[in-house]
Design a protein around this ligand. Structure first.
Ligand code: EUG
Length: 606
């Protein structure tokens, strides 16, 4: 499949050609999405390299010899030195050499080489090699953790282990147990297609964008929007290469099956006997997950809907209405509550289409344009979905509508009430486990756009939502960014996602993006609110904010790290966890350290 823009053909790999490719059913959408993104690009694909990053404390000759040794053990074609020009690409053709959505200089967070292991045994081989040479390795599943660091290592010159390219199999789908087991290179697109091919009445659960790794997203504790939306909570069993190269299986996988078979309950029961260790392999740097089991949801009838609310401060009442509905499990999934400006952004039109003044788009301008959109002149838009049989769905909807109708001027819509291009139709798909690409449309907001997520967890309480919304609103004004808040509201907490969209080739925009992130993390922490996930460059600050009792949690994580990873070789700095080789030596980027990481880079300044 390909698109033609400015006379240049832009081929997009399909899922049949490449494990990370686009499914045929989305070919046209992918071409259109890529064309729109390219039309907003003002810079060349690549610029000459400034240099080649080496791992810390390794000279060129020693490095070259180590690479030759690695080539000899896993095959020369499975080791690529990262000395070519860097290309950011786009979502479907993203790099494994650096962070496509760079925050600091594009050259700053680069690996020295990319390695492609083809099996768990080869992962073990590479890890043993890393220990021998004390070269840090940075595993990625597919590298689509975009907005949180992509495929970039935190320590420049690390060797990226691109697991996905050669470990991309759906190892099993058990229709009877409604479960599967996958390798790191299986995207939501691929798992979905695999299930369709086998004609199984099962759903996957996918995030807003479908290109990510099922395994990678789950170990980063990502979320989706069916009743199985908590990806880590719906995993069952892991296989892990530990930082010393040894191998572990968790859950019932720890018990050998009969005659050497995999245990028959590996994808049926999550815990093993004794401590439930799976959790320490999520958002950590304690092991490389090479296989992971997941539960799949039996397909069911479903109904997506949208409710609009006119007033800016309605969100306080909306949140209070959602809380009991979610606690009683009347709401079928984790709904999203978005600000009306996102109705403009998700049309895929650039900001300049709506407004060409400087700084933030004024509320009055948003209002004028929203009035012309299907949602009308409103402030908040709620997207929900109900599941079960038709009668159940109808009775739930009756209850939900009655609650929301208590807010003056609220309006309820079904997909058939909206024109075909409206975002609600994309919600129907995502909320019934069909992975899509629609969310990319935000990225046309500014030229050369990248995004960063600020992702605090808030109690599902009007008062707290107000506090944080006030903080982020004030800081967005101060830093000149449009405010794109998405509240993913559960019964007791909300994953509050604030999406900073910036031009990654505008140094001033990058400086402001970094500044606002650090300030939002700091101010939210002062109110007692912490992030559920963050970009690599803010990991130290976020980890530091979880500082109760003199940083007891951080110290415990470090104790584990040092016990498991003797040589600090595995993803140093990931999630704010540094092994003893690096800790306290200037690598940490902490609040209040006055570091200017855009000017000075991210290596220690001694
Ligand atoms: C989104 C949701 C997330 C996240 C990043 C982005 C949604 C954007 C709930 O988690 O981490 C529309």
């Amino acid at each position: 499949m390909s698109s033609i823009i400015n006379g240049i053909t832009n081929a997009i790999p399909s899922l049949t050609q490449k494990y990370s490719g686009v499914p045929e059913r989305l070919a046209k959408e992918a071409i259109a999405a890529k064309d729109r993104l390219l039309s907003q690009k003002t810079v060349p694909d690549s610029v000459p390299r400034k240099g080649h990053s080496l791992p810390p404390d390794v000279d060129q000759a020693t490095y070259d010899a180590a690479i030759e040794e690695l080539k000899a053990s896993i095959g020369a074609s499975n080791v690529e030195v990262n000395d070519k020009t860097l290309v950011d690409g786009w979502y479907m053709e993203h790099p494994n050499t650096h962070d496509a959505y760079h925050v600091v200089d594009q050259e700053e967070m680069t690996c020295s080489a990319v390695v492609y292991p083809g099996s768990t045994e080869e992962v073990q081989t590479v890890v043993k090699w890393a220990n021998k040479h004390t070269i840090p390795v940075y595993p990625i599943s597919m590298g689509r953790n975009l907005g949180y660091g992509g495929s970039a290592p935190r320590v420049p010159g690390s060797v990226v282990l691109d697991l996905g390219r050669r470990m991309d199999q759906v190892l099993n789908i058990d229709g009877d147990n409604a479960s599967c087991i996958v390798e790191p290179g299986v995207s939501y697109f691929k798992l979905y297609e695999e299930i369709q091919k086998r004609n199984l009445p099962l759903w996957i659960d996918c995030p807003d964008l479908g290109g990510g790794s099922v395994l990678g997203n789950a170990i980063d504790r990502g979320v989706g929007y069916t009743p199985y939306g908590d990806h880590f909570a719906n995993h069952c069993g892991m296989e892990i290469v530990l930082p010393d190269g040894s191998l572990l299986r968790t859950g019932l996988g720890a018990m050998p099956g009969k005659d050497g078979a995999d245990n028959p309950c590996w994808q049926s029961f999550q815990a093993a006997y004794g401590p439930y260790v799976d959790g320490i392999f999520s958002q950590s740097n304690y092991g490389i997950v090479t296989k992971m089991g997941f539960w799949l949801m039996p397909e069911t009838d479903h109904q997506s809907y949208m409710v609009t609310f006119p007033q800016e401060d309605d969100f306080e009442r909306i949140v209070e209405i959602i809380k009991p509905l979610a606690q009683k499990r009347i709401l079928g999934n984790i709904p999203q509550l978005r600000h009306v400006i996102q109705e403009l952004a998700v049309t895929g039109k650039p900001k300049t289409h709506w407004y060409d003044g400087p700084g933030q788009m004024p509320r009055e301008v948003i209002r004028q344009h929203a009035a012309q959109q299907p949602c009308g002149d409103v402030s908040w838009v709620f997207y929900g979905t109900q599941y079960g049989d038709r009668a159940g769905i109808e009775s739930q909807l009756k209850l939900i509508r009655a609650e929301f109708e208590k807010i003056d001027g609220s309006r309820f819509y079904l997909p058939q009430d909206m024109p075909p291009e409206h975002y609600l139709h994309s919600r129907v798909q995502v909320c019934s486990g069909v992975p899509v690409l629609r969310e990319l449309d935000w990225l046309n907001w500014v030229p050369n756009a990248a995004h960063l997520f600020f992702s605090p967890i808030l109690p599902t309480k009007a008062k707290d939502a107000r506090v944080v919304l006030d903080i982020v609103s004030r800081l967005h004004k101060k830093y000149g960014f449009d405010l794109f808040p998405t509240l993913c509201v559960a019964g007791r907490e909300m994953h509050t996602i604030v999406n900073i969209v910036y031009d990654r080739y505008d140094p001033d925009a990058k400086q402001r993006a970094t500044g606002i992130m650090r300030e939002m993390i700091r101010e939210a922490a002062a109110e007692g609110f912490g992030e559920y996930r963050t970009h690599l460059l803010f990991a130290d600050q976020v980890a530091e904010s979880y500082g109760w009792n003199n940083g007891a949690l951080r110290k415990f994580n470090e104790t584990l790290k040092d016990a498991i990873d003797e040589n600090s070789i595995l993803s140093p700095g990931r999630n704010g966890i540094w092994g003893k080789r690096f800790r306290g030596k200037g690598w940490e980027i902490l609040d209040g350290d006055k570091r200017d990481i855009l000017r000075d880079g991210i290596r220690p300044k001694l």
